[in-house]
Ligand binder design. Structure first.
Ligand SMILES: [Zn+2]
Length: 254
């Protein structure tokens, strides 16, 4: 997938503000051309067993539009948990849990299929409430990196970019500001993951270390988590879209 990664950046260089064309039109208007065979195939799961975010339709639309406009990946969005079986996962390079929540009813065989999928060299991406999901399955906690604690700040805040050279931070600059519901976690994952984004605590009148996105190896595979994504406006934000596209390329690499 290294070639796909290069292709992704070439697309960004050529297309520049391509994501301005990533504006969802209408849910029925999605016609995704088949991506080139070497591009990562993403299974996007938005199933909820707890809180359900209003941003889910926008998230699905944005990822489909981003796939179509960049042709850097293909995406299949689903809420059918039966897709998380070993046989079906053979058709994908990355599983993305986007805005999932609660104790999703996964069979033991599906749980081991997902762990085997990632540890054997594929990718996992969690977005926003993916950390508010499957608290009772410790292996999932290792995949996603931490569990949600609370969201003390829903406001404009500044996000600091750590390691601007990481593919998932491409085009994010050294800091950026957005309206978001900023999460804290039950424990700080710094030390067991590579933190890629953190909250500028002073920007919300707080103090302390609050990681917001991170990456880690998982066996022969890779996982990435981004805590942003509460509001539809975040999904529409080209900076967030670039982070997710970069994360897809990175987690699909080995
Ligand atoms: Zn939220």
């Amino acid at each position: 997938m290294r070639r796909a990664l290069s292709a992704l950046f070439a697309v960004f260089l050529v297309a520049g503000g391509c994501s301005s064309s990533g504006q969802p039109s209408s849910p029925s208007a999605v016609t995704q051309p088949p991506a080139p065979a070497a591009t990562p195939r993403v299974l996007m799961v938005t199933t909820t067993a707890g809180f359900r975010h209003d941003s889910i339709p926008t998230a699905r639309q944005v990822m489909a539009t981003l796939a179509a406009s960049t042709r850097a990946f293909s995406v299949t969005a689903t809420e059918d948990l039966s897709t998380l079986g070993a046989e079906n996962l053979r058709g994908y390079d990355v599983v993305m849990f986007a805005l999932t929540s609660g104790e999703l009813p996964l069979a033991a065989s599906q749980k081991s299929a997902l762990v085997d999928f990632v540890s054997s060299g594929h990718g996992f991406i969690g977005v926003h409430s993916a950390t508010d999901t499957l608290y009772e399955w410790p292996d999932y906690g290792r995949l996603v990196g931490a569990y949600f604690k609370e969201h003390p700040w829903t406001q404009q805040g500044t996000v600091v970019v750590e390691d601007a050279s990481h593919p998932a931070n491409a085009g994010s600059g050294d800091r950026f500001s957005l309206l978001e519901e900023f999460y804290t976690f039950q424990d700080n994952p710094r030390g067991r993951v590579q933190v890629l984004l953190r909250l500028d605590a002073a920007s919300v009148g707080a103090a302390g270390d609050y990681p917001l996105a991170w990456a880690q190896s998982f066996g022969a595979g890779r996982t990435y988590y981004n805590a942003l994504g509460h509001f539809p406006s975040t999904w529409m934000d080209p900076r967030f879209q670039r982070q997710l596209a970069g994360a897809i390329a990175w987690t699909a690499s080995r």
